[in-house]
Design a protein around this ligand. Sequence first.
Ligand SMILES: O=C(O)CCC(=O)C(=O)O
Ligand SMILES: [Fe+2]
Length: 278
Amino acid sequence: MNAATLSGYIELIEEQGYCIVENAFDQELLTSVRDAVARLEQKLDVQPRGNRAEGFATKRMYNLLAKDRVFWDLPVHPSVLPFAEHLLDEECLLSGTTCMNIGPGEVHQGLHSDDGLVSVSRPRIPFMVTTIWAFTDFTAENGATRVVPGSHKFDHEPRKGEHVEHIPAEMEAGSILIVNGGTWHCGGSNTTEDDWRLGISVQYCQGYLRQQQNQYYSLLPEDVREMPERLASLCGFTLYKGIMGHVDGASPGRFLGAARADEIAYAAMRTENGVAES
Ligand SMILES: O=C(O)CCC(=O)C(=O)O
Ligand SMILES: [Fe+2]
């Protein structure tokens, strides 16, 4: 994505709290992800978890990077990563990867903002950025994500019983909805007979925040050693600002033996001869 296109989208996000990027990924990725989701749902016998947040007729899977390497292409994809790097910064982390296959009969999820657990007063900088990838068309009827335009500027999180207008982020398969972590939104109800809405959310957070899904325990050491360096750093296997996250002075990637993760904590503060400079 070139700089002018990105800045057009960023302007939209600043104004309304979200934007939709159309034709954001190709057919080949779309097909291979859909195939992987179908395979995994069957293999893992995924069933609705039965609560308002996760749904009563929705099949959800988390920690996708550990489930199939086809998902590795998503967090570093040029249609999404520049948004996270711009709205957070380049040391942002991957907070989670979630498959949300909304089935017929699902009810409205309930408005929330994804960074609502952060106890810093609003309005504020985004602590998260959520990208919701459409692997089927998203329609008002099949559960398209509902958004409240401008809500990233609101001074509170949604309150019980509060009524605000929300609109469906309708988009064709191959599009991606980019959401400021403070924007009120939710999965929509699916009033169709047989039309499943398949979305995958790839969420990023500030590099100093706890990730929503634990990447360290879900990924195998060989996954980390074999994944592209940028993806490993997004997952948290490099240090934040050269310091945070070390294991006895080594980056978590180095600790696991990932060849390129040779970072040492406080390296930037070393003096030439190991003696304090005054
Ligand atoms: O399924 C969707 O469209 C959105 C789900 C969502 O916002 C969430 O689970 O945090
Ligand atoms: Fe959400």
